[in-house]
Design a protein around this ligand. Structure first.
Ligand code: ASP
Length: 722
């Protein structure tokens, strides 16, 4: 990492002590909990806990460090494992690229892919790789635009605008970087991150899904696990080293640092740490939020997604080409559906909402013990609770209508096109971020990639299902669409789905050039319905801004008073920015009399193999297993191979693909999941059940080199399967 001239890299520790983790109101910070901003790690006494390198080898704002070898790969994490831009990440992170390159006749999802040489790498449209270069506090600059007299909506908009302005300014000052202002504590702290952003990313190696997704949804979020969830990609830049769109003339990116792979793997009890880009957690939210999640949103998602997954599955049963179109979407819905069930179970079982309410009662007593405090903060918790109650009142309607234009892809395409046209009318800084000049090309690329997978028959069934759901929902009085009219429009539209032209990129391109007025006059039935429905989506967007303006302000106050109450170190919720977490390779006991050990083996893969998806195993693996041919990767003293590992780090979505690093900072595995009980991590972490799951590097190397013969990749990483 470098120190950027204009941006002073700050230590979160200074601000960190200002804030207190809500869930720890009355307890102490457990050593293993925390997705720490990397500038916080010096205070963690990591060497006492097992780290055998200096924390400055991990993060050093003034020199080369491990952080320079970590990247964000779309919503996942990856590590550079060679000086030539080779990235290891998860199979499920490269899934969209693998799917996109697959056809029924050349089915890379089913068969896997291995590029024999550099030229054969497959360009992965829609992929981008970011490397954090620097970050610095911009809270004062962001919050300077907030005025006391502002309405909540004005407040949100002013902060949004200011964040965009700072991002544009940073990019203008240094055109080689991408900038992003991240909110660390709602309404309180903002940090400007600067990234190198690489746009030419290619698929290099992916095992077949029978390895990369072994166990499928049955085993997802479960331990014991036997999935080889890894893949290799490569980052490319223009010959002068600058970031460029795909070109055959581009050259491999040379990272400042690459992570050394340790083919000896790990053993139980080893110290490990992860670097990565965890997506979202809600550890600082109140009991009222958890009650909303438990009572309203999570059950809604489980019910909606179960229906959508079953529908897509059925549509693809007879036709692999259709199944391929649905595969990424189905997989991500199934992932969220099962996670949501895990969270529901965890919220109930661990009494997390009640526990948090009890902590809040203590905080409230503290507030009321002082008249001045009481005057400043006395109503904060209650107002937050009221906010969630208000959301809950119209949630059924809002969740259904907002999922309408996602479930029906045709409506989603129409919405995006119409929304883009409306936003284009505004000055750049006033636009929703997706449509700003710096982002719009990528947004449109996403639209076209999604359109490529459009399947009319599935979409018609989705629309009909959503119409049924909407008809059972009460529309709020302030909705600007009339229920009967909308349902009639949607019913008529459902007859138009099969003949629609969303598969045709020229049709989409033509629509993308039109103004809102031209779109309203267009004869496309989807655009016509969207022209009527869009004002309602705009109303909901404004409502969202009003609510977050209010909540951010309230949460800002809550944090202030908690600081006063708790006076302890505290870590911001995950927000897609670079973090470090540490723990040990260790098992756990999920229920009475059950003990789970932390390393699975190839014997377990063979035991689970039934020959029926998702428990198929390539014959070559079975044969090599029979011959006990594990090369140098065998488990010490055993005729077996480690496959997956379990460890007590603090992770969430976005940590997918994170390197599992040993005490010396070498890569011993790739994180890809959590145990079922640990789905609750997003709300609360607990040493007794929060466990992350990764693929053991020995398995990844064996599969790549021994099984699929990509020995050149092993050589590139400085290892060999012989
Ligand atoms: N498998 C998970 C995901 O992709 C990773 C995690 O959330 O821990 O969401």
């Amino acid at each position: 990492m470098r120190r950027n001239g204009s941006v002073v890299v700050m230590k979160f520790g200074l601000l960190g002590i200002v804030f207190v983790l809500l869930s720890l109101l009355v307890s102490h910070l457990q050593s293993e909990e925390g997705m720490f901003p990397v500038s916080d790690i010096y205070a963690l006494n990591l060497m006492e806990k097992g780290l055998e390198i200096s924390p400055t080898d991990i993060y050093n704002p003034d020199g080369i460090c491990l952080v320079d070898g970590i990247c964000r790969v779309n919503g996942c994490t990856g590590s550079f494992v060679s000086p030539e831009g080779l990235i290891i990440t998860n199979h499920h992170c490269a899934y969209r690229a693998i799917q996109n390159a697959s056809t029924a006749d050349n089915d890379l999802l089913a068969n896997g892919f291995s590029a024999p040489d550099r030229a054969a790498g497959i360009p992965s449209a829609g992929y981008g790789v970011r490397i954090t270069e620097s970050y610095g506090d911009v809270a004062a600059k962001v919050l300077s635009v907030v005025k006391a007299e502002m309405t909540f909506t004005e407040r949100t908009k002013a902060i949004e605008r200011r964040r965009k302005e700072l991002e544009k300014q940073a990019e203008a000052a240094n055109p080689a970087i991408r900038a992003e202002v991240a909110e660390m504590f709602a309404g309180k702290t903002y940090v400007l991150f600067e990234y190198t952003f690489i746009r030419d990313v290619r698929l290099v190696f992916a095992p077949p899904s029978s390895v990369g997704n072994f166990g499928g949804d049955v085993d997802n979020w479960e331990w014991p696990r036997h999935t080889g969830d890894f893949s290799f990609m490569r980052a490319y830049v223009a010959a002068d080293g600058s970031s460029a769109e795909y070109s055959p003339d581009n050259v491999p990116y040379q990272p400042k640092k690459h992570i050394k792979v340790d083919p000896r793997g790990v053993a139980a009890n080893d110290f490990v740490f992860l670097l990565g880009y965890p997506g979202r957690t809600a550890r600082h939210k109140t009991a009222a939020f958890l009650a909303y999640e438990e009572g309203v949103r999570l059950p809604f998602i489980v019910d909606l997604y179960q229906w959508q997954i079953a529908l897509m599955e059925e549509m693809g049963l007879e036709d692999r080409a259709v199944a391929l179109k649905h595969s990424s979407r189905m997989r991500s819905l199934a992932n969220v559906e099962k996670r949501s069930r895990g969270q529901l179970k965890g919220l109930k079982r661990a009494q997390i909402t009640a526990g948090r309410a009890a902590q809040e009662a203590q905080l409230q007593a503290f507030i009321e013990s002082d008249p001045q405090r009481s005057q400043n903060y006395g109503n904060v918790l209650q107002e937050i609770a009221q906010g969630y109650a208000d959301v809950g009142n119209t949630a059924d309607y809002e969740l259904t209508i907002s999922n309408l234009n996602n479930a029906s892809r045709a409506l989603y395409f129409a919405w995006l096109i119409y929304d883009a046209a409306m936003e284009r009318q505004k000055p750049d800084l006033e636009r929703e971020s997706a449509y700003m000049e710096r982002n719009v090309a990528r947004t449109m690329q996403r639209l076209k990639l999604a359109a490529k997978d459009w399947h009319p028959e599935t979409d018609q069934a989705m629309l009909q299902g959503m119409i049924e759901r909407l008809s059972g929902v009460t529309f709020p009085a302030d909705a600007v669409v009339d229920k009967a009219t909308l349902l009639a429009d949607l019913n008529a539209l459902s007859d138009d789905v099969i003949a629609a032209k969303w598969n045709d990129p020229d049709f989409i391109d033509a629509l993308l050039k039109k103004s809102p007025a031209e779109l309203s006059n267009s004869d496309d039935p989807f655009i016509q319905v969207m022209a009527k429905l869009h004002p309602e989506y705009s109303r909901l967007r404004e409502l969202g801004k009003q609510r977050s303006g209010k909540m951010d302000k309230l949460y800002g106050s809550l944090i202030e008073v908690k600081q006063d109450f708790l006076k302890t170190q505290f870590v911001p919720d995950a927000n897609g920015t670079l973090r470090m977490t540490f723990g040990r390779v260790e098992g756990y006991s999920p229920e009475d009399a059950v003990i789970k050990t932390p390393i699975t083996t190839l014997s377990g893969v063979i035991d689970k193999t039934t020959g029926v998806t998702p428990f198929q195993t390539p014959q070559r693996i079975v044969d090599l297993y029979g011959a006990k041919d594990f090369g140098p990767f065998a488990l010490p003293g055993k005729e077996d191979l480690a496959v997956a590992i379990l460890y007590s780090t603090d992770t969430t979505g976005g940590n997918s693909g994170s390197p599992i690093l040993n005490a010396k900072g070498n890569l011993v595995g790739v994180n890809f999941d959590r145990a079922f009980e640990a789905t609750i991590n997003d709300f609360a972490w607990n040493q007794s059940y929060s466990r992350s799951i990764g693929v053991d590097i020995r398995y990844a190397l064996w599969i790549t080199g021994k099984v699929f013969g990509a020995e050149h990749l092993l050589r590139e990483m400085g290892v060999s399967s012989q």
